[in-house]
Design a protein. Structure first.
Length: 249
């Protein structure tokens, strides 16, 4: 499995080089909509999954000469579970001057060490799929001991001290689409730099919402810097490609 991949077209960031510090499906959540499948290693324990040296060598092999806008730390699991995440970020910054982002489910923000590490990022995209404990348990299915209220508290605390861009991402499915107003109110309390509203357009055990449904949801986030996956350049290009194939076929 590749530790470094791309650049790929990211609907959030443009052309992104991806870094996977786990290369396995290890996560503190087992989200019902996960587009990489059910979590195989459900854990909140930190570990060194991939050596920093290997990731650094892969970065040196791929990054020089590549046209990209950003390096994004993400992959098949929760990247903040990597014990050597601080070393990986340092390695990225040694190899390139590109801004560095991370996609996180926010479950480790209560750890002082993790907040210090994430403070070195240019962009942190935090997940927020539910407005309360009950829906959090139903949609994200966290490991025992993780609670919605505590995660929300630390997202807010992190935002108040972070010098980079703190962005929120919400995956909307049937189970939480009627809670868009409540989620928007929470987002307004956090005051993120951007809000991304998504729905699973790739393979998922949960179906995706329509463009009309997502447009209605987007209306709740008025006043925030909100972007919908359906309005992204990547999706519009994909839709145009399907239209051409239909005409040509």
């Amino acid at each position: 499995m590749k530790t470094v991949f791309g650049p790929v077209s990211s609907w959030r960031f443009g052309r992104s080089v991806g870094v996977d510090p786990l290369c396995r499906n290890a996560c503190s959540f087992d989200c019902i909509y996960c587009q990489v499948g059910p979590t195989l290693d459900k854990t909140i324990q930190n570990d060194v999954f991939i050596s920093t040296d290997r990731i650094k060598e892969d970065l040196k092999r791929i990054l020089p000469g590549v046209s990209a806008d950003i390096v994004t730390i993400s992959g098949y699991g929760e990247p903040t579970l990597a014990e050597n995440l601080d070393e990986i970020i340092e390695a990225v910054k040694e190899v390139t001057d590109l801004p560095v982002a991370i996609l996180t489910n926010s479950s480790t923000l209560s750890l002082g060490k993790m907040r210090r590490i994430l403070n070195e990022m240019d962009v942190v995209v935090a997940k927020l799929d539910a407005p309360d404990e009950s829906l959090f348990e139903e949609i994200n299915r966290p490991v025992k001991g993780l609670h919605f209220g505590n995660i929300l508290k630390w997202i807010k605390k992190f935002k108040s001290s972070f010098n980079g861009r703190l962005e929120l991402q919400t995956m909307f499915i049937e189970k939480n689409k009627d809670y868009a107003g409540e989620l928007a109110k929470i987002a307004a309390e956090i005051q993120p730099d951007s809000v991304y509203i998504n729905t699973p357009l790739r393979h998922s055990l949960e179906g995706h919402l329509s463009e009309g449904q997502m447009s209605e949801i987007e209306g709740y986030f008025e006043g925030l810097n909100v972007s919908s996956v359906y309005n992204s350049k990547k999706y519009r290009s994909y839709k145009e490609m399907l239209k051409r194939r239909s005409i040509e076929g």
